[in-house]
Design a binder for this molecule. Structure first.
Ligand SMILES: CC(C)(COP(=O)(O)OP(=O)(O)OC[C@H]1O[C@@H](n2cnc3c(N)ncnc32)[C@H](O)[C@@H]1OP(=O)(O)O)[C@@H](O)C(=O)NCCC(=O)NCCS
Length: 179
């Protein structure tokens, strides 16, 4: 039986968090560094659990994105992964549907950088590709992140207000991949 568990980073015991990290790192097969893991901390972890083991995961962490000049409290999705032997059974879909509910309840916008390589994976769940240019808020002002254009997706919530997907989108600064 698959059970969904949603819990804050701070509420997870050290061994539980380590088990999540190991599963995610394993699923990414070397494409997940220390910064990527740090980016998945500090919000909530949505997990699919089978026989007491985490088999799929997605984190929703708080960030501030600026869309068309408006600051939006954003639930940013990180560390989406399903354990290799459990892929293709709808587990990431289950996790992302719950992550979407978390975002809808607590944030003005959802966002993520799509690294699945699977066309339409997030779009099926209501996510939309940001069409306009992307930037990061650098110390000296917004800096273009042109290489990310087209791979940033957003999820509207009831609190999003008017969004122009063709406008500019700026994320806050962080170490590692900014998007
Ligand atoms: C991407 C990933 C999370 C998908 O997890 P999953 O639990 O297998 O996904 P689901 O079973 O919910 O698949 C949902 C849909 O995605 C598509 N899909 C999933 N895996 C696919 C694959 N390898 N190739 C093509 N399509 C795929 C299918 O359309 C599937 O729908 P269907 O079941 O109706 O056919 C998983 O492959 C993974 O952990 N990859 C490595 C880490 C990674 O790249 N994470 C993404 C970061 S943005």
């Amino acid at each position: 039986m698959t059970r969904l568990r949603t819990i804050g980073t701070a509420e997870l015991r050290e061994q539980e968090l380590e088990a999540v990290r190991r599963m995610v790192v394993g699923a990414f097969g070397g494409r997940f560094d220390e910064h990527d893991w740090e980016h998945a901390l500090g919000g909530v972890h949505v997990m699919a659990v089978e026989d007491g083991e985490v088999v799929a995961h997605g984190a929703v962490v708080p960030r501030v994105l600026v869309a068309g000049g408006r600051e939006l409290r954003t639930g940013y999705v990180e560390g989406v992964a399903t354990r290799g032997d459990r892929q293709g059974r709808g587990l990431a879909t289950l996790v992302m549907a719950e992550a979407g509910r978390v975002i809808g309840r607590g944030y003005e916008l959802g966002a993520l950088a799509d690294g699945t390589g699977i066309p339409g994976f997030y779009q099926r769940l209501g996510w939309e590709i940001w069409q306009g240019p992307t930037f990061v808020a650098g110390p000296g002002g917004p800096e273009r992140t042109a290489e990310e254009d087209g791979s940033v997706l957003v999820l509207r919530t009831a609190a999003s207000g008017e969004l122009d997907l063709a406008g500019s989108l700026i994320c806050d600064w962080r170490a590692g991949d900014v998007w």
